[in-house]
Write a protein that binds this ligand. Structure first.
Ligand code: SAH
Length: 240
């Protein structure tokens, strides 16, 4: 019951109030989650964070700290961003329960669940790194939860889902490509589209944003990734 699900990481980006980091650690520990990743926390380590963690300070002590989100999630097969708002170009949305089901489908592939800043959430560039957007259903007129409350609700669903799956035989699955490799693909795709004259960096038309949405939704596996890379390389060769 208390075994830790180590393939899931809770990633807090740009947290301003150290108390929220402590409260998030406490929320995680009650739900048997222990992988806390911090990207550019304003103040950490912090006595305020430790006090608010109320005994979950082991999670704070073991937290991994990064200066950019891409590095914090580079080895993840599934990246789920969270948002209190519906964004202009919609990404596929999931509820906390659906998120927990997706995580369960992945068996032991690395998953990141990414939380934004208290005042402004995640920016568009950070949102684009995700495969899915998780929105906790709320009062439509007042949708923004406290950061640690959002962490609590999502970790609770992960916890419940684990009980459902306990003892179930894990199915074989083809691993999805890591975030790091998907970034290499986007660079390659952009370069190729520029070379053939399809993409004009001076008039980008949100093309790369849309491409990211398409391929992040598709969730490429290794062999699909290799096919696409090979295809792009051939186009580049022919175009020389
Ligand atoms: N004003 C910000 C709110 C940030 S709240 C905005 O409009 O985005 C801080 C973080 O808590 C969010 O970035 C998100 O990670 C999480 N959060 C708050 N409310 C949420 C909700 N209803 N669904 C999902 N995540 C939420």
């Amino acid at each position: 019951m208390n075994t830790i699900i180590s393939n899931v990481r809770i990633v807090l980006v740009g947290t301003t109030h150290p108390g929220n980091i402590g409260a998030a650690a406490r929320a995680m520990k009650t739900m048997s989650q222990d992988n806390l990743y911090l990207v550019n926390p304003k103040e950490f380590p912090s006595a305020v964070a430790t006090a608010r963690a109320a005994g979950a300070d082991d999670i704070l002590a073991n937290a991994s700290i990064y200066t950019d989100l891409k590095s914090a999630i580079s080895d993840c097969e599934l990246v789920i961003t969270t948002s209190a708002r519906t964004r202009s170009i919609p990404w596929p949305m999931v509820s906390p329960r659906e998120c927990a089901e997706k995580v369960a489908e992945l068996n032991d592939g690395n998953v990141a669940i990414v939380f934004g800043r208290e005042n402004s959430g995640l920016n568009n560039e950070e949102m684009e790194l995700g495969n899915l957007v998780l929105q906790i259903p709320t009062n439509t007129d007042y949708s923004s939860l406290n950061l640690a409350s959002a962490v609590q609700i999502i970790c609770y669903e992960l916890f419940l889902q684990r009980n459902v799956n306990e003892g179930a035989v894990k199915e074989e699955r083809v691993p999805l490509v890591s975030q790091e490799k998907i970034e290499m693909f986007y660079e390659h795709l952009e370069q190729c589209m520029i070379e053939v004259g399809y993409h004009d960096v001076n008039y980008p038309r949100r093309l790369m944003h849309r491409m990211r949405r398409l391929f992040n939704r598709a969730q490429l596996d290794e062999s699909e990734w290799k096919i696409l890379r090979g295809f792009l390389a051939k186009i580049q060769d022919k175009n020389k």
